[in-house]
Design a protein around this ligand. Structure first.
Ligand code: HEM
Length: 179
């Protein structure tokens, strides 16, 4: 997992819960990095999982809800870091249906070692989209947060339903309907 995902996460935790909570969740985890991250580095996903688990235990907020809120913050990082990529699009359904064949392809050119999910488009219409998310990291709620913000970016909203195909969340169907 790319370092920018860790640095932005810990910045948000500090912002919302304070530096003592950052220290606490790092201290409670077993981290090869010792909790020291640079935005261009690459770290084990298991480190993010431990940080999320300890933050969830400390705050009583579920990991899914933490990932949802984090993704909504991360979208603004993407807007600032990759304005050109976002400017390619003028419609949220077009953008979200192009993650697999365009956006994440470009991401992989920048970060060859990025750990990305796959999104398979099952059905695409002008105002709706059905996709299958697959990833061993089960970060579907991170995807949900990014999708919510994608609609907001285009001054729109959507109703997005998640249906777990696999109980562990490694395979999830997204049913997206533009409002
Ligand atoms: C992960 C870039 C848009 C879904 C990531 C990562 C980067 C990235 C750098 C982390 C990879 C790693 O840690 O190794 C981008 C950029 C985007 C974009 C530059 C747009 C300009 C989206 C959108 C979605 C999405 C709109 C919505 C579904 C995900 C998910 C992950 C991810 C779910 C977590 C990894 C996983 O589930 O396995 N993306 N992304 N991305 N991205 Fe994107």
């Amino acid at each position: 997992m790319k370092g920018i995902v860790f640095t932005e996460f810990l910045d948000l935790v500090e912002d919302k819960f304070g530096l003592d909570v950052v220290d606490k969740i790092i201290g409670a985890s077993t981290l090869d990095s010792n909790g020291i991250y640079t935005s261009v580095g690459t770290y084990k996903f298991s480190e993010m999982l431990q940080l999320l688990q300890h933050l969830s235990a400390h705050t009583g907020i579920s990991i899914d809800d933490l990932l949802l809120v984090y993704a909504e913050h991360f979208f603004s990082v993407l807007e600032d870091s990759y304005p050109g990529l976002l400017a390619t699009y003028n419609d949220p359904i077009e953008m979200i249906s192009s993650i697999e064949n365009h956006i994440h392809i470009e991401v992989r050119k920048i970060y060859p070692d990025a750990e990305l999910p796959t999104f398979e488009v099952l059905e695409k219409k002008e105002n709706s989209l059905v996709m299958i998310y697959k990833s061993s990291r089960a970060m579907h709620h991170f995807g949900l947060g990014l999708m919510n913000k994608t609609f907001e970016h285009f001054n729109s909203t959507a109703t997005i339903a998640l249906e777990k195909i696999k109980e562990d969340g490694t395979e999830v169907k997204f049913v997206i309907a533009k409002n």
